[in-house]
Design a protein. Structure first.
Length: 218
């Protein structure tokens, strides 16, 4: 479902159509993303099945740099690192949702950066492509790839679009036409919780206004 459909659907359900609506589209979409993350996180922590439609797969460019994160130091081994930080992504109880691949979908093993030198000497594991997540960047230890594929459940799928390779400079792109990777039953759950929260918020606001009105108190 694209963003404009999400905000339009929510407006229909809460009956807020006019220009002086209490809620901006950006607010409604932000609430949707918050509820989406909450429900998906709950499912992940309970080891429930998560449909692939909730995942984002995208290509991210890499660049040659030094393995450490001290920009002023020139020592250290050369590695390939993603040009941008990863978008925020969701995790389960014991595992994140992120997977890394080469451009032809060869698996890239995720390891602790402290084990990189040890694994490089291993008779079997040394032949596998190894990478680590450091400060939310992907560092490739033993290969030189200009780009890699990343699969994850992004907290905000729009962040994926901002970081992926082959970006175009097309002006006036309507962000509300972008699809948000969410399955249908999860969308309905998000809508229901948002409407429940908004009704509660309006009810509390109405009660406070009534209590502060001296004419009502008399």
């Amino acid at each position: 479902m694209i963003i404009s459909e999400i905000t339009s659907n929510l407006r229909t359900r809460i009956k807020e159509f006019t220009d002086d609506s209490l809620y901006e589209d950006s607010f409604l979409f932000s609430e949707f993303l918050n509820q989406r993350s909450t429900f998906l996180s709950q499912r992940l922590k309970k080891h429930y099945f998560i449909s692939d439609i909730n995942y984002s797969t995208f290509c991210m460019d890499t660049e040659k740099t030094l393995s450490h994160m001290c920009g002023c130091k020139t020592i250290g081994c050369e590695v390939f690192k993603t040009k941008f930080k990863l978008p925020d992504y969701l995790s389960g109880r014991n595992k994140s949702t992120i997977s890394l691949y080469t451009l032809d979908y060869g698996r890239i093993d995720l390891i602790d950066e402290r084990d990189a030198k040890i694994i490089d000497l291993h008779p079997i594991k040394a032949d596998r492509v190894q990478a680590s997540l450091v400060n939310n960047y992907v560092i490739l230890w033993n290969v030189e790839y200009p780009a890699i594929l990343i699969k994850m459940i992004a907290a905000d799928p729009l962040e994926v679009m901002e970081r992926q390779s082959c970006q175009t400079n097309t002006p006036c792109v309507d962000v509300y036409l972008n699809d948000i990777n969410t399955d249908r039953d999860l969308i309905d759950l998000c809508f229901g919780k948002i409407i429940e929260d908004l009704k509660l918020s309006l009810s509390i606001s109405s009660d406070m206004n009534n209590d502060s009105n001296p004419e009502i108190k008399l």
